[in-house]
Design a protein. Sequence first.
Length: 162
Amino acid sequence: MIQGRARADLADRAGSLPAASGGEASTGDAPRAGVSYAAGVPEIVIAWRALAASHATVVAALDRELGERHGLGVSEFEVLERLAEDSEHKFRVQELAESVHLSQSALSRLIGKLEQHGLVQRSLCDLDRRGIYVCLTEAGRRRHAEALPTQRAVLAATLAIR
């Protein structure tokens, strides 16, 4: 439930939550940034829309900057990030899919693309020959390290956490 300061922060970032509190937006609320809502739109719907707009803004900025500067998309960076954070620099495919919020088929395509660029490699699990690991290569570690400051700068600029 979004309350108090968290709600105000969402309003400031997304520019679309009305300042009044209560269960529903009324015609007296002053929507920001040209966003208007019909009378009676539930506050939870307005909060959802603000969250979705904020997410879209951040993802678009990340895609643009990571793509232009490092040749990576947001999901590609997230895969490299998870692998870089792991002490062994590897994940089982199923666990990685859950971690980066992708289906296994979408992740498989993404891994194939990263493999083509030499950033990751697949290997069989030693204990369970059916399991497949995705491992970060040295080139993947370098690309992640180069892209990390860009990703953090975009997050800082777009999220403006106070």
